[in-house]
Structures are given as structure tokens and as C-alpha cells.
Ligand binder design. Structure first.
Ligand code: NI
Length: 171
């Protein structure tokens, strides 16, 4: 397995809409495995393919608590088919926006239809952290970041900070 470099804000790739996956083959499974490895190494609890520079509708998640065993989950072409009116608030972060955290309010319960790592259809009824994580990662597939859900003032400050940092790195 390979650890892939992460795409960091303000890279325009993060705003790209990812394309549906037409075939679940060995190449795609290797990408999913590499993404899991990359996510565990970071460490993080979710990663979308676009965050390693691949604009395809694939994400990996593991919301197991510390001390529990690993519980990797792969979602291919995930689609939210129901979401609750009830909302919950979590402090979110993102491997593409390192060391920045903010509270985001989202539906508390979602049902997600997708394919698993073997290409089999799966229906996931999610609550708690998994519900939030799925919504955060599915947003990535549509070019949306969690900072799009916070106030404009805060968002602009974060983007400015990361734009400055990226420029400093180039120089
Ligand atoms: Ni993220």
C-alpha cells in the first residue's frame, strides 16, 4: 500500500466535482486501500479520492474509537437518499485544511446508498459521527468543503491564511 500526498487548500482540485465510477476493479480497490493507508497515517477518520488528486466518487471512512479495532469502510458512488430534519453539531476538521477546526451543523441521521469495496450495493443508515463524516466526505465529491458551512468571515480568514502559506512554500 502507498501513502499518497494530500491535496491542501487552496488547491483548485478541491473545488472539482468528481466523476461517477463505472467499474469496480483491482485498480479502484488499490486506490481505496491506498486511501485508507493515507488516512490512517495522517491520521484522519475520512478521506475522499479528490483529496489525493483523483476526481472519482470514492471515499473511505473509519470512525472506530481509539482502542477499538480498525473498521475501514469504503463507499463508491455514495448518494444520500434520506436525511433527517433533526440536526446535530460536531467540531469538524479536514486533512486538506490541516489544524483548522470549526463547529458545523448538519442533519443528524442520513441514509446513504453506495457500492462497497467489492462493488456490491450497500445501504448505510448512519447517525452520530458516521452521519457527519459521510456528509463531509460526500460534500468533497461535489467540490464542497466544511468551511463552506461556516460564516463567510471565518471562511475567508481560513482561505486567506492557507493561500498565504501556499505562496510562502512556493517562494
Ligand atoms: Ni475533508
Amino acid at each position: 500500500m502507498t501513502i499518497k500526498p494530500l491535496i491542501i487548500l487552496p488547491d483548485p482540485l478541491l473545488r472539482q466535482v468528481s466523476a461517477p465510477i463505472e467499474r469496480v476493479d483491482a485498480e479502484l480497490q488499490k486506490l481505496a486501500d491506498d486511501m485508507l493507508e493515507t488516512m490512517y497515517e495522517a491520521p484522519g477518520i475520512g478521506l475522499a479520492a479528490i483529496q489525493v488528486g483523483v476526481a472519482r466518487r470514492l471515499l473511505v471512512i473509519d470512525v472506530a474509537k481509539e482502542g477499538e479495532g480498525k473498521r475501514p469502510q469504503v463507499f463508491i458512488n455514495p448518494e444520500i437518499i434520506t436525511s433527517s430534519d433533526e440536526r446535530s453539531v460536531y467540531e469538524e476538521g479536514c486533512l486538506s485544511i490541516p489544524d483548522y477546526y470549526a463547529e458545523v451543523e448538519r442533519p443528524a441521521f442520513v441514509t446513504v446508498k453506495s457500492l462497497d469495496r467489492e462493488g456490491k450495493e450497500q445501504l448505510t443508515k448512519a447517525d452520530g459521527l458516521l452521519a457527519t463524516c459521510l456528509q463531509h466526505e460526500i460534500d468533497h465529491l461535489n467540490g464542497i468543503l466544511f468551511i463552506d458551512h461556516i460564516s463567510r468571515l471565518k471562511r475567508e480568514m481560513v482561505i486567506k491564511k492557507f493561500t498565504k502559506a501556499a505562496k510562502a512554500k512556493v517562494l
